[in-house]
Design a protein around this ligand. Structure first.
Ligand code: SAM
Length: 274
């Protein structure tokens, strides 16, 4: 898989990809990341990439020409002939569709991802209309540039690539993970070690040694050695945390009768405490 990142600050990306899973994926050739300096595609003495907005208003806007010229060097099909199962061009934008784990999974199946990082007031809209397949936002806040957003998307996509994580279950049974255990799961993998997460919920809390720290002991269920107790505790924690922090996820999750009972108790207890 190859990423091409178009930016006016290519040096921005020198460090985010040098660590952990990403650096390993690059080292073994599973992932290639190229940055392209938009100023190299300007033709004036000042290497101008921006201009004033038509209609007036604050700030400057990234001009379309350097971006079109940069994309033209990438050997990527024009928008109308692009194969969406192979390659995509993304505009990073606060006005885009929210980035999710499902989109990360979807992007991880492609061979080529081009990302255009905006700056200033944003990018001339013709770039979006004529070059881009998707406009993606990483959250409901405004960053000063698309570079951080691009780095976040690279990270989230690479860690779900087959083989990027030592244990493939790690990316299935974590927050926002698969709703169901797939029927075609490779039997050679054995049963998943974390059978209790996450089914579209948030992950459950994790603990490691020491068993007691600053007067707080690890929850008894986890050190009980009883798999069923562990399963039930983790599922309850996952449900309660989701209810508390992201109740919107519960609407999409597959909840068993046991889950619904846990949530009913949690709600009753909380309304009593209030
Ligand atoms: N005027 C724009 C607006 O109100 O939507 C904000 C422009 S922002 C200061 C400059 C650039 O940062 C954008 O063109 C985009 O590339 C990037 N950016 C800002 N917020 C973002 C977000 N939430 N997700 C992805 N990219 C973002």
């Amino acid at each position: 898989m190859r990423f091409d990142l178009l930016t006016i600050f290519p040096d921005f990306f020198t460090s985010p990809f040098r660590y952990g899973i990403l650096s390993r994926a690059i080292a073994v050739g599973q992932v290639e990341i190229a940055t392209h300096d938009l100023r190299s595609f300007t033709h004036d003495r000042h290497r101008t990439v921006d201009d004033r907005p038509f209609g007036g208003g604050e700030g400057m806007v990234l001009k379309p020409e350097p971006i079109f010229d940069a994309v033209a060097t990438l050997n990527i099909a024009p928008k109308e002939r692009r194969d969406p199962t192979q390659e995509t061009v993304i505009l990073l934008s606060a006005q885009g569709r929210p980035f999710t784990q499902a989109i990360a999974q979807d992007l991880s199946t492609l061979k080529r991802i081009v990302m255009i990082c905006g700056r200033y007031e944003g990018v001339d809209e013709r770039v979006n209309d004529l070059l881009c397949d998707r406009e993606i936002s990483i959250g409901d806040y405004v960053l000063s540039g698309g570079e951080l957003a691009a780095a976040i998307i690279v990270d989230a996509v690479v860690r779900v690539l087959p083989g990027a994580l030592g244990n493939p279950d790690s990316s299935r049974f974590e927050s926002f993970g698969e709703v169901d255990i797939p029927e075609n799961r490779d039997p050679a993998l054995g049963p998943p070690r974390s059978t209790h997460g996450s089914g579209g919920l948030l992950d459950y809390p994790h603990y490691t040694r020491p068993a007691e720290f600053r007067g707080m002991a690890v929850p008894e269920a986890l050190s009980s050695g009883n798999h069923e107790l562990v399963r039930r505790w983790r599922r309850r924690m996952s449900l309660e945390k989701t209810k508390r922090n992201r109740p919107d996820l519960l609407a999409k999750a597959h909840l068993t009768r046991e889950d619904q009972e846990i949530l009913r108790k949690f709600e009753a207890q909380n309304s009593f405490e209030e």
